[in-house]
Design a protein around this ligand. Structure first.
Ligand SMILES: O=C1O[C@H](COP(=O)(O)O)[C@@H](O)[C@H](O)[C@H]1O
Length: 324
């Protein structure tokens, strides 16, 4: 296929071989999701300043409610915040959200471009590898990239690719040639340039859409967030948060190990058609509050700079929303 360099395909397939001789083994359907009741959500909706907050039963969140019950769909350009009683409920809803977008974009464009984060996000995707989605999603149309990656070999424990492969990609029939890992033989600078070139090929061949601003417009970006409010490998106080030309940048002194990483820049993140910001655990409640609550010093955290041209949906569990 013209959009993939032989080097990339070779390095990718060799890494797949090294992880899974059986390649894309499907999970057993032993615990079908269809037997579960859907997660409790849309118990109420709060509307403050263009932000629609949809929750379950969190008292703190509920106490801020200004408007009535809603359960309405999000309009394009709006922010939506969903709060779930448990991370399990969050994962169930995230799977449906992702599968619905997949169906929408496969019908509209014949392809679905999905950008993954590392960290806890991967575990929260676990319901996608179960029924009904394992069978209903058109996995052959998925094109998978990473919003950031650590510059380590793909079989290293710090690799976001390895994490995603073991926790998600090896269990769904995404085509190996549609998984775009970084070239781990290059320096951080070289890997960032190479990844940007790869994305330019994907845009040229319409696998990834293009925004009016000229940046790639991914169909769905699945973002995690660190307790310090970092997203991708864009850290608080680091000058990279202001990079506005490059699509992919490198960092050699990441405050969180490992130090060498590559990362999408904010213009690319914010050109996305859809962003899901997936945050679980009370340890992240402070950063969630800074981004969504009434902060005394707004705009300090990278997560506050997530502001897509399309739709932003926060998926929070009760712990993460506990300071709202
Ligand atoms: O280092 C990273 O951290 C963030 C957040 O990770 P989490 O485990 O706290 O969810 C992650 O989104 C990013 O991709 C990763 O490289």
């Amino acid at each position: 296929m013209p959009h993939k360099s032989p080097l990339r395909m070779a390095s990718l397939s060799s890494s797949l071989r090294s992880f899974s001789p059986g390649r894309h083994l499907l999970l057993s359907r032993a615990s079908p999701l269809s037997s579960r009741s859907p997660p409790k959500r849309l118990a109420f909706s709060i509307d403050f300043g263009g932000l629609s907050l949809i929750g379950t039963r969190s008292r703190n969140v509920g106490s801020r409610a200004k408007s009535s019950m809603a359960g309405t769909a999000t309009e394009s350009g709006e922010k939506k915040v969903e709060v779930f009683d448990t991370e399990e409920d969050l994962a169930v809803s995230l799977a449906k959200y992702t599968a619905d977008l997949s169906a929408k974009f496969v019908e509209k464009r014949g392809a679905f471009s999905v950008v993954l984060s590392g960290g806890s996000l991967i575990k929260s995707l676990r319901k996608l590898v179960e029924a009904p989605y394992i069978d209903s999603v058109d996995w052959s149309k998925w094109h998978v990239l990473w919003v950031d990656e650590r510059v380590v070999p793909k079989d290293h424990d710090d690799s976001n690719y390895k994490l995603a492969y073991n926790g998600f990609l090896s269990q769904v029939p995404v085509l190996p040639g549609n998984v775009y890992a970084i070239n781990d033989a290059l320096s951080a600078e070289g890997a960032a340039d190479d990844y940007e070139t790869c994305i330019k090929h994907l845009v040229k061949s319409n696998i990834v859409a293009s925004s009016e601003s000229g940046f790639p417009k991914f169909d769905l970006m699945l973002l995690g967030m660190g307790p310090d409010g970092h997203v991708a490998s864009l850290f608080p106080g680091h000058p990279l948060v202001h990079e506005n030309k490059k699509w992919v940048a490198f960092i050699k002194e990441s405050p969180k190990p490992p130090p060498e990483r590559i990362t999408f820049t904010f213009p690319v993140i914010n050109a996305s058609a859809h962003i899901a910001l997936v945050v679980a655990g009370a340890g992240k409640a402070g950063a969630v509050h800074a981004a969504l609550g009434k902060s005394n010093s707004p705009g300090q955290l990278p997560v506050e700079m997530v502001s897509p041209e399309g739709e932003l949906t926060w998926f929070l569990d009760k712990g993460a929303a506990s300071k709202l």
